[in-house]
Design a protein around this ligand. Structure first.
Ligand SMILES: [Ca+2]
Length: 301
């Protein structure tokens, strides 16, 4: 969930083409032999397991980024376990944005939407491994401007290392279109990073249950959807571009559901009634029908 702008540089696109062509040749089929489970949450309890997850609060832990339109709140109406979620096993975490015009955050700023964001910072951080989440995108994967995500962030960010100097791995981002994206953000490649690939769902339902996974080794990171590799980027490719590989230190995991802001707006061009968020999507949120479900999260090493 980095800062993004619509103005993609031609140079970046060319760099991407070079990266894609080289990765297509050298990519191995098996990325990691990780077989020891070191983290698992089935979201099977009656509420979020706070021994594993922190709840982030806008205006308290952090401010708004990317011109996103929601305030994250710690509330059972935005973050809860649905023990009977259809298609999930043993319950699912629900991140459920709500239309709450004029909501005032702890820092005094007002928002028209509230939503949920959780992370494992200081509770579970890891270096290398295979991390996966089984999730169901909101509104059938087709409500422009919704921005749920599953990603990780370099843990040194709380030691004064500013973003993105210790790396961001977007395992899955979705902006309400019938596709998802994966990306890396580092010191010389962030915002409209060229280190990215989209996943389209030919023959399958983008709004159905899917497993989004990153396999992270000292040599590179690969992204999978339902065990199909959609993208691989190697340390060597990053360095060949003159960039810095910043993925040898711990990361923590994040699940969140943003609304509107720069990435959706860069795709849909919508400015009203909210940046990146058209009225048709506002109506779905107001009807409480936009919900992001997470069946489980697993890390193996
Ligand atoms: Ca579950």
């Amino acid at each position: 969930m980095p800062v993004r702008s619509k103005a993609a540089a031609t140079a970046a696109a060319l760099a991407l083409a070079a990266l894609m062509s080289s990765s297509a040749v050298a990519a191995p089929q098996q990325d990691t032999a990780a077989d020891t489970q070191v983290f698992f949450d089935d979201f099977s309890g009656s509420s979020l397991d706070r021994s594993k997850w922190n709840v982030e609060v806008t205006g308290q832990n952090f401010g708004t980024v990317n011109n996103e339109q929601q305030a994250y709140v710690d509330s059972p109406e935005t973050i809860y376990i649905d023990q009977a979620a259809a298609g999930a096993n043993n319950g699912a975490l629900a991140l459920h944005p709500r239309y709450r015009p004029g909501y005032q955050a702890p820092d005094g700023r007002t928002y028209d939407f509230v939503s949920g964001r959780v992370n494992t910072q200081d509770k579970f951080e890891f270096t290398y491994g295979s991390y996966a989440a089984r999730v169901k995108l909101p509104a059938g994967g087709n409500a422009s401007g919704l921005w749920p995500a599953w990603w990780s962030l370099g843990a040194k960010i709380d030691e004064g290392e500013p973003w993105p100097n210790n790396g961001e791995v977007d395992v899955m981002e979705h902006v309400g279109e019938p596709w998802t994206s994966s990306a890396l953000h580092g010191p010389e490649y962030h915002g409209d990073t060229p280190v990215t690939a989209d996943q389209h769902f030919e023959g399958t339902d983008p709004g159905g249950w899917h497993v989004y996974r990153a396999d992270w080794t000292p040599e590179g990171i690969s992204f999978y959807v339902d065990d199909q590799r959609i993208y691989r980027i190697t340390k060597q490719e990053i360095q060949n571009n003159g960039w810095t590989w910043v993925y040898d230190d711990p990361q923590f995991m994040i699940l969140n559901f943003a609304l509107g802001g720069s990435y959706p707006q860069g795709v849909n061009g919508v400015t009203e009634p909210y940046p990146g968020l058209p009225q048709s999507t506002v109506d779905k949120v107001a009807a409480d029908s936009a919900r992001y479900l997470i069946d489980w999260v697993r890390v193996r090493q």
